[in-house]
Write a protein that binds this ligand. Structure first.
Ligand code: ARG
Length: 565
C-alpha cells in the first residue's frame, strides 16, 4: 500500500516543480510533530526556504492554498513555518492490513546478487573465550542476520587467531611440562597454564626464547610432529568454542583462520615488492604510510616471519577471489582501528579498487558491574561463566514467575542467553558498556527478557484467540493506542535499512523496546480476547503484526523466539 508520506510528497513536488525538491527528498523532510494535537505529519518549510528563496511561513501558507484534496488526509493546516497534516484513521487500518498480509514485511532485496563477507568472533586459539570477544561475536552475528534480511548472500568467517610465534612457545611448553592426558582432562585451561608458565620461565632463561622461535620456524616449514601438536591445540580449542557458539545459536560458513594463509603469503609479499611498496627498515620489511598520517605497517620481521597485517592482506585478496565480495566487514574492538585503517590503505595502494569495500566495524569495551561473577580465572571474565550464571538466575526467575511452565529449562536458556546478547546490543556499539546483572535480567526496562516476555505475551493472546475469522476491515474508529502502535509497526522497514547502512544492531534493539512499550500499553488499555466482532478481529490482527515484527527483531538480534514464558 502506498505510504501516505509519499502521497503528500508527490503532490507537493508537483506543485513546486523544482529540480532539487523531488518527491523522495520532500518525503524525507516530512516528520512526526512532537505534539500530536498539531497533526500526524508535518513538513518543516524552513528546509525548503533556501531553495525556494522564500520565508517558511509564506511557503507553508501558499502550499496550503494549493494542496487541495489528498487520499487519507482529513485536514491540512499552515502553522508558522510548518504545514501540518491530519491523517484519517482509515489509513492506519489499511496500513495494518498491508503489514499483516505481507509475510516478508521488513525484508528487502537491496542486496540481491551481492555477497557480503563478515569476519567476526575470531578468538585466539588455546585461550579461553572471554568477555572481550562477546561484542564481536554478537554484533557480527546480528549484522549477518540483518544483511541476510536485506537480500544479500552472506559468508560468516571465523578468522581464528591460530598462527604466530606464541605457538612456538606453546609447543615447547607442551613438550616439557604437559601431555595429551593432561590436556584431555583440563582442556584449554591446561594450555593457558603452560603458556603462562613458559612466559615466566623465559624471563630467567633466554635459551627458551630461542627454542620457541626455532619451534615456530619449524612449524612454518611444516614439521610433521609440530603440525600435529598445533592441530591438536586447535581441535581442543574449537571443541570448547563450539559449545559456546551452540548456546548462542551462532554458526559459521568458514573457520579459515590466520594459519590458512601461510602458503598464500609469499605471493603477497612478492606483489608488494613488485609494486614498489616495500621498504627495508632495520632488516624488517615495512610499508610506509607517513604520507597518510599513519605509522608504517610491518609486513615481515627481520627473521622473515609474517605478521598479523600480512595475514589480513593475504586473507582479503583470497576472499575477494573466492567470494567476489561486495563488502568485507570486520567486527573487532575499537582498539584495532588503526590496524585496519593501515592495511586497508595498503590494499588500496596495491591498486585494488575493491579496497573501498573493506569495512571496519569497531565497538567499545564491556565491563561487569554490580555483583561479581564467579570466575575460574581471577580477573578475566569467561563468556561461558557469564552465560551459565545468566541461565541459572533465569531458571530461578522463570520458576517463580510461572511454576506451571512446561519447558522451564529451555526457556531459562533462551532468556538467560538472550539477556546477555541483548545487553551487548542495546546501545550504540562504539559506547563502552557495563554489564549489571540486576539490569540485564530485569523483565522491565531496556532488556532482553522484557522483549522476549512481550513477544511471549503476544503469542499467548494469539493462542487464546484460535479460530477467530471476523472481518477486521469493518473497524475504523481506532483509538490512540492502536494508531500509535500501527505507526510504530510502519517504521520497521526503515529501521532495518538504517541498521544496515550504519552497521548498527542497536537500531533494532531500540526499536524493539519502543514497540514492546506500545504493545504493552495497548494490551493493558484495550481488551483483545474479551472484545467482539470487528473490534476483536482488528485487535487480533494488530497483535499478529506485532508478533511477526517483534519475532523478526529477535531473529535479527540473534535471540531466541520465546512463544511461552
Ligand atoms: N584474533 C583477533 C583477536 O582476537 C581478531 C581477528 C579479527 N579479524 C581479522 N581479520 N583481523 O583480537
Amino acid at each position: 500500500m502506498q505510504n501516505v508520506k509519499l502521497i503528500i510528497a508527490e503532490k507537493i513536488a508537483g506543485i513546486l516543480n523544482h529540480a532539487e525538491l523531488s518527491a523522495e527528498t520532500l518525503s524525507s523532510f516530512i516528520e512526526k510533530p512532537n505534539d500530536s494535537s498539531l497533526g500526524d505529519l508535518a513538513l518543516p518549510c524552513f528546509k525548503l526556504a533556501k531553495t525556494l528563496r522564500s520565508a517558511p511561513p509564506k511557503i507553508a501558507s501558499e502550499l496550503k492554498e494549493k494542496i487541495g484534496e489528498l487520499p487519507f488526509v482529513t485536514k491540512t493546516e499552515a502553522v508558522g513555518g510548518y504545514l501540518n497534516f491530519f491523517i484519517d484513521s482509515g489509513y492506519y487500518g489499511a496500513l495494518l492490513q498491508s503489514i499483516a498480509d505481507d509475510p516478508d514485511y521488513g525484508r528487502s532485496d537491496i542486496g540481491k546478487g551481492k555477497t557480503v563477507c563478515l569476519d567476526f568472533s575470531s578468538p585466539n586459539i588455546a585461550k579461553r573465550f572471554h568477555l572481550g570477544h562477546l561484542g564481536t561475536t554478537v554484533i557480527g552475528n546480528s549484522l549477518r542476520n540483518i544483511y541476510n534480511f536485506c537480500g544479500y548472500r552472506t559468508v560468516a568467517i571465523n578468522h581464528l587467531g591460530d598462527w604466530g610465534t606464541q605457538f612456538g612457545k606453546l609447543i615447547v611448553a607442551y613438550k616439557r611440562w604437559s601431555s595429551k592426558e593432561k590436556v584431555e582432562e583440563r582442556g584449554i585451561d591446561e594450555l593457558m597454564d603452560i603458556y603462562v608458565r613458559f612466559n615466566e620461565a623465559e624471563k630467567n632463561d633466554k635459551s627458551l626464547t630461542e627454542e620457541a622461535r626455532e619451534a615456530f620456524a619449524q612449524l612454518e616449514n611444516g614439521n610433521r610432529e609440530y603440525m600435529e601438536i598445533w592441530q591438536y591445540f586447535k581441535d581442543i580449542s574449537l571443541r570448547e568454542y563450539e559449545k559456546t557458539y551452540q548456546l548462542l545459536g551462532i554458526t559459521f560458513d568458514s573457520y579459515n583462520g590466520e594459519s590458512f594463509y601461510t602458503d598464500k603469503m609469499p605471493a603477497v609479499v612478492e606483489e608488494l615488492h613488485e609494486k614498489g611498496l616495500l621498504k627495508i627498515d632495520n632488516g624488517a620489511s615495512i610499508v610506509s604510510l607517513e604520507e597518510y598520517g599513519m605509522p608504517p605497517v610491518l609486513i615481515l620481521k627481520s627473521d622473515g616471519s609474517t605478521l598479523y597485517p600480512t595475514r589480513d592482506i593475504a586473507a582479503a585478496i583470497w576472499r575477494k577471489k573466492e567470494y567476489d565480495f561486495y563488502k568485507c566487514i570486520y567486527v573487532t574492538s575499537a582498539g584495532q582501528s588503526l590496524h585496519f585503517a593501515q592495511w586497508f590503505k595498503v590494499v588500496e595502494l596495491m591498486g585494488y579498487d575493491w579496497a573501498s569495500g573493506l569495512v571496519h566495524v569497531p565497538y567499545g569495551t564491556m565491563s561487569i558491574g554490580g555483583e561479581k561473577i564467579a570466575s575460574r580465572t581471577g580477573n578475566v571474565v569467561l563468556l561461558d561463566d557469564l552465560l551459565a550464571e545468566a541461565i541459572a538466575k533465569c531458571r530461578k526467575i522463570v520458576t517463580e514467575k510461572n511454576a506451571d511452565l512446561k519447558d522451564k529449562e529451555s526457556v531459562a536458556r533462551a532468556v538467560g542467553v538472550g539477556a546477555v546478547v541483548f545487553n551487548a546490543l542495546a546501545n550504540s556499539r562504539i559506547k563502552d558498556t557495563n554489564f549489571v546483572w540486576e539490569d540485564a535480567l530485569s523483565f522491565e526496562g531496556n532488556t532482553g527478557p522484557y522483549v522476549q516476555y512481550t513477544y511471549a505475551r503476544s503469542a499467548s493472546v494469539l493462542r487464546k484467540a484460535d479460530g477467530n475469522d471476523a472481518n477486521a476491515g469493518e473497524y475504523t474508529a481506532l483509538n490512540t493506542d492502536e494508531t500509535e502502535l500501527i505507526k510504530k509497526l510502519s517504521e520497521f522497514p526503515a529501521v532495518v535499512l538504517r541498521a544496515h547502512d550504519e552497521y548498527e544492531p542497536s537500531h533494532i534493539s531500540r526499536y524493539a523496546i519502543a514497540l514492546c512499550a506500545l504493545f504493552n500499553q495497548f494490551y493493558h488499555n484495550c481488551p483483545i480476547i474479551k472484545s467482539e466482532g470487528a473490534v476483536k478481529a482488528f485487535r487480533l490482527k494488530l497483535t499478529k503484526a506485532v508478533h511477526n515484527v517483534l519475532g523478526n527483531c529477535l531473529d535479527l538480534l540473534g535471540m531466541q523466539r520465546t512463544e511461552e514464558i
